[in-house]
Design a binder for this molecule. Structure first.
Ligand code: NDP
Length: 330
């Protein structure tokens, strides 16, 4: 068995030497336990933040899809697949009892995705898909005909938000970091407009596309992009703050002049943590699955091969190399 341990907390952009790949001998499983072998692992932005305060020497945290290969727990039979959360992390093999954690999260959940790829349980049919579903539908309370701007639009959460918005009859503007991403969002996912925040002036583009201002903003990135969006919103506009990846690697917190737009435009901003909705994830799962099966929701993944490439996949995601969900295949 192999796992990655943290040898140095991330400071600024994570470095390959912050983690170490180590071999381990696992003990035999006890009654109530099972042994699972990783098939797909997830690399997510929240890992960057979490590891700032993470105990050195511990296994790197993270979610994976694994196959049960040995079991002394009748609820987790050999051959079934689980999404492994707490106690799993960046490991090729994990011993678990599948019980609830202190935060009320299942450490392992059996999955059945019909004939869809198992990796979707880490993306559109997993935590990012649930974040898109609740963050958009519930936090923003969107109405047909409204304009929605999404930052981080080509990522795991953002691309799903845009597709949900098209299902609900909104007009969608995606912001992301390459023209190729823009092509995908417009041509294949039906986004109405695209802005490349690396090569275009976000504020000027929004002004050009919707001079009267937009009603809704789904924010994945924070920072200057968000300031530009908020300054192009309508009075009483609504914002979901999902994340702020633009500053996760900053060593000093920059002050961003958002407040002015919030006050002057009387905006309503709502943050959320998808883990706190864990008891309702099934609602999002069922609806997203149905829309996938009906062809209304599409999915795309960027898959890196090889467990030893976990760190590279993580960095590639932070650098924006992923279209849709970033995944590692063991
Ligand atoms: P993504 O798949 O979107 O991957 C991260 C993307 O961020 C990259 O592809 C890159 O795309 C973009 N990015 C990187 N650096 C910057 C930057 N400086 N400015 C703007 N964009 C940048 O990740 P997820 O969909 O998994 O997560 C998106 C956001 O949602 C994150 O902020 C994450 O923390 C948050 N999140 C919050 C949850 C919650 O419960 N609140 C749950 C899940 C995610 P590009 O090419 O466009 O730069």
């Amino acid at each position: 068995a192999k796992r990655f341990i943290l040898v140095k907390r991330f400071v600024g952009f994570p470095k390959p030497t912050d983690l170490k790949l180590v071999e381990e001998e696992l003990p035999p499983i006890k009654d109530g336990e099972f042994l699972a072998e990783a098939i797909y692992l997830s690399v997510d932005p929240y890992l960057r933040k979490k590891v700032s305060s993470f105990p050195v020497g511990d296994t790197m945290v993270g979610t994976q899809v694994a196959k049960i290969i040995e079991s002394k727990n009748p609820k987790f039979p050999v051959g079934k697949h689980v999404v492994g959360q707490a106690g799993f992390g960046w490991r090729t093999h994990t011993i678990s009892n599948g019980e609830l954690t202190a935060e009320g999260l299942n450490s392992a959940v059996l999955i059945d995705l019909a004939d869809l790829p198992l990796s979707l349980a880490l993306g559109i049919l997993g935590m990012p898909g649930y974040s898109a579903y609740f963050g958009f539908l519930e936090m923003l309370q969107p109405k047909a005909g409204e304009w929605l701007v999404i930052s981080g639009a080509a990522g795991a959460v953002g691309n799903v938000v845009g597709q949900l918005a098209k299902i609900k009859g909104l007009k969608v503007i995606g912001i992301a970091g390459s023209d190729e991403k823009g092509k995908w969002l417009k041509k294949e996912l039906g986004f109405d407009h695209f802005i490349n925040y690396k090569t275009q002036d976000v504020g000027a583009e929004l002004q050009r596309i919707v001079p009267e201002g937009v009603e809704l903003y789904f924010d994945n990135v924070g920072g200057d992009v968000s300031t530009a969006v908020m300054n192009n919103m309508k009075t009483f506009g609504r914002i979901t703050s999902c994340g702020s990846i633009s500053n996760y690697n900053d060593t000093e917190l920059k002050v961003v002049p958002l407040q002015h737009a919030l006050v002057s435009r009387q905006l309503k901003m709502r943050g959320f943590q998808i883990v706190s909705l864990a008891n309702r994830w099934n609602e999002a799962f069922k609806q997203n699955l149905e829309w996938i099966q009906q062809g209304k929701l599409k999915y795309r993944e960027t898959i890196t091969e090889g467990f030893h490439n976990m760190f590279n996949a993580f960095i590639d995601m932070l650098n924006g190399r992923n279209f849709g969900k970033a995944i590692v295949k063991v």
